[in-house]
Ligand binder design. Structure first.
Ligand code: PEP
Ligand code: MN
Length: 352
């Protein structure tokens, strides 16, 4: 349920109303919007009568029921206002959100060695990326494939962060590794294969770093939003959704089917920011630029793109990785669309 307070509702009245809901055994969550304060109510609200709730205070404008299975993730929960996820990077704060410029995450599938990760970081930063991606722990279909360098790769990501000023996004696969990964990462990635790992979702929800939640390869949109709900319900409001392609009947020419229709659909269902990953979405670097541009035109808040200095030699996902040169060219093309739709970052102001 959501309780919409009237414009100008006094702070102590909002606190009093929230206290009263707490006494009823509900969990009130105050959401400060641009114009109004909304109190989200989660708990056993089935027997409550919205009209009766309205009687609690003359400052309550409206009480609405959230009919969807996900509550905190629903668009209604913030009374239609999009949420923004702000991330501290060494180069300043970067936001993911509907009213923010598109944020680009780029880097290799796996962290292979210090030279490659630092150089890739510097190249993608120069081209306009705000975050470096790179896996230390890799979820691989075969146990005989490269599994990632693990903890030592976290150290290399820290070095790349230092050298480039980029924020770091890296995957955590195991609940036991969450703290260790969160020491280095600015954003924790939960991969497609772990979207249904509820223990992991609860664990990343109980810590403070933002979470990039990839869509499971066969997950419905509702299942994906319910996974996000796990993170939100555990106390972490900073969730970014990432579409990375789904399994359909045809995988002959593309590794997955990149579902760009989720952009307008998610906009209507949830307030959470959206990132599109055209690299895993298509599986082939040749198709990445067209899908990245389409995603930007369709209104994505971020793009995640795999970039490797020498794709034929990559330890994972070489065929879908752009070279730094191709990435630079793509960012140039994205800029044209980004500027036309008002979603391109302003160049930093030159200091006089
Ligand atoms: C990745 O980002 O390298 C990755 C393994 O992604 P996904 O979980 O989408 O397959
Ligand atoms: Mn990959």
């Amino acid at each position: 349920m959501i309780v919409v307070m009237k414009v100008g509702a006094p702070e102590d009245e909002i606190a009093r109303v929230s206290d009263e809901f707490s006494q009823w055994g509900l969990s009130p969550e105050k959401i400060v919007g641009k114009h109004k304060v909304v109190i989200g109510l989660v708990g056993d609200t089935a027997t409550l009568d919205p009209l009766q709730l309205q009687e609690i205070s003359p400052w309550i404008e409206q009480v609405l029921r959230v009919e969807r299975p996900y509550k905190r993730a629903s668009r209604e929960y913030r009374h239609g206002e999009p949420s923004e996820v702000w991330i501290e990077t060494p180069a300043g704060k970067v936001g993911f959100g509907e009213h923010q410029p598109v944020a680009i995450i780029a880097g290799p599938c796996s962290v292979e060695n210090e030279v490659m990760i630092v150089e890739t970081a510097q190249r993608v930063k120069a081209a306009g990326a705000k975050f470096l991606r790179g896996g230390a722990y890799k979820p691989r279909t075969s146990p005989y494939s490269f599994q990632g360098h693990g903890e030592s790769a976290l150290g290399l990501l820290a070095a790349a962060r230092e050298a480039s000023g980029l924020g770091i996004i890296t995957e955590v696969m195991d609940t036991a590794d969450v703290e260790k990964v969160a020491e280095v990462a600015d954003v924790l990635q939960v991969g497609a294969r772990n979207m249904h790992n509820f223990a992991l979702l609860k664990k990343v929800g109980a810590q403070s770093k933002p979470v990039l939640l990839k869509r499971g390869m066969s997950a419905t949109i509702d299942e994906w939003l319910m996974a996000a709900e796990y993170v939100l319900a555990a106390g972490n409001p900073n969730v970014v959704l990432c579409e990375r392609g789904i399994r359909t009947f045809d995988s002959k020419y593309a590794r997955n089917t990149l579902d760009l229709s989720v952009i307008p659909i998610l906009r209507s269902l949830t307030h959470l920011p959206i990132v599109i990953d055209p690299s895993h979405g298509t599986g082939w670097w040749e198709y990445v630029p067209a899908m990245a541009m389409a995603a930007l035109a369709a209104g994505t808040d971020g793009l995640m793109i795999e970039v490797h200095p020498n794709p034929p030699k990559a330890l994972s996902d070489g065929p879908q990785s752009l070279t730094p040169e191709r990435f630079e060219r793509l960012v140039g093309e994205l800029a044209t669309i980004g500027k036309a739709i008002g979603r391109w970052p302003q160049p930093a102001l030159a200091l006089a």
